[in-house]
Design a protein around this ligand. Structure first.
Ligand code: E4P
Length: 213
């Protein structure tokens, strides 16, 4: 399973990358706006830290998306072009597939959208589980359904569980065999924690101080 950080903050990427478990980063226009830094420079700094950085197109028509996709893909070989799940986005995914440009289809909320994006040649699809939960649904049920469909058709497209809100989303993504989860910084920091690890380690350390050395 690959683990990505969902952020546009380069310091956070550097910190989690130093753990040796980080496979990539997903950004989106909202995250980039929040940091208030230059987009291209941010993406390039992240590309120096991890092998896969999603950078989202902002055009809404296929021609504009394709132009941005070609431009971003020239920035660095670690760039993955993020394309929204729209009809224009599908055209762009097909174009990118033919040009050998890696893509991440974002804003996926149904199995139908997932299948369309895979057929259009997306390298990854991003179902947004947290936003489904927020709307009163069950985001992880969508992941279960997509993974079931993927078993039938063996699509090469990786399923990237996005819009995660809590560690339980990551655990369930792993159990369902999702290929990737993208995780907000605060949730990533919680993942190594377990109260029994803390009490267990304290006991080992206490006992060690009583040991003749
Ligand atoms: C994924 O690539 C998106 O950047 C992200 O997961 C969206 O999450 P949100 O619903 O918390 O904004």
């Amino acid at each position: 399973m690959k683990l990505f950080l969902d952020t546009a903050n380069v310091d956070q990427v550097a910190e989690i990358a130093s753990w040796g478990v980080l496979d990539g980063v997903t950004t989106n226009p909202s995250l980039v706006a929040k940091e208030g830094k230059d987009f291209k420079e941010t993406v390039l700094r992240m590309c120096a830290l991890v092998p896969c950085v999603s950078a989202q197109v902002t055009a809404t028509e296929a021609e504009g998306m394709k132009k941005q996709a070609v431009e971003y893909s020239k920035w660095h070989k670690h760039v993955v072009v993020k394309v929204p799940m729209t009809v224009e986005g599908l055209k762009t995914l097909r174009f990118c597939k033919e040009k050998g440009i890696k893509t991440n289809c974002t804003l996926v909320f149904s199995v139908a959208q997932a299948v369309l994006a895979a057929k259009a040649g997306a390298s990854m699809i991003s179902p947004f589980v947290g936003r489904i939960d927020d709307a009163g649904g069950d985001g992880m049920l969508l992941i279960a359904d997509i993974m079931k469909a993927w078993e039938h058709y063996k699509f090469p497209t990786e399923v990237l569980v996005a819009s995660t809100r809590k560690s339980e989303h990551i655990l369930r993504a792993a159990v369902l065999g999702a290929h990737i989860a993208t995780i907000p910084y605060a949730v990533f920091k919680e993942l190594p924690m377990h109260p029994l690890t803390d009490t267990g380690l304290k006991k080992f350390m206490d006992d060690w101080t009583k040991t003749k050395r």
